[in-house]
Design a protein around this ligand. Sequence first.
Ligand SMILES: [Zn+2]
Length: 93
Amino acid sequence: MTWATVPNDRFAFTRGTPVTYASSAHGRRTRCATCGSPLTFHTTTRPDDVDITVGTFDHPERCLPETHIWVSSRIAWLDMGADLPAHEEGSPA
Ligand SMILES: [Zn+2]
């Protein structure tokens, strides 16, 4: 999945009210209340940021990739290109 990470104070839902649920001890996610699409991820390990699913943007092509994370769990046939930094797990601190 492709995520865009932005500061909390730079993000707001402009339509609808998502469903929020705890996805782990440190994570909270939202999904669309109508179709169930995953929308955001908040974690207490990065309390000032929110991750947003790029596939739900009106214009996802405007969001350019900067890095690959969690490469260790990618599906084997996926070619992500070799021109960006890649991290076996999450983003380095
Ligand atoms: Zn929806």
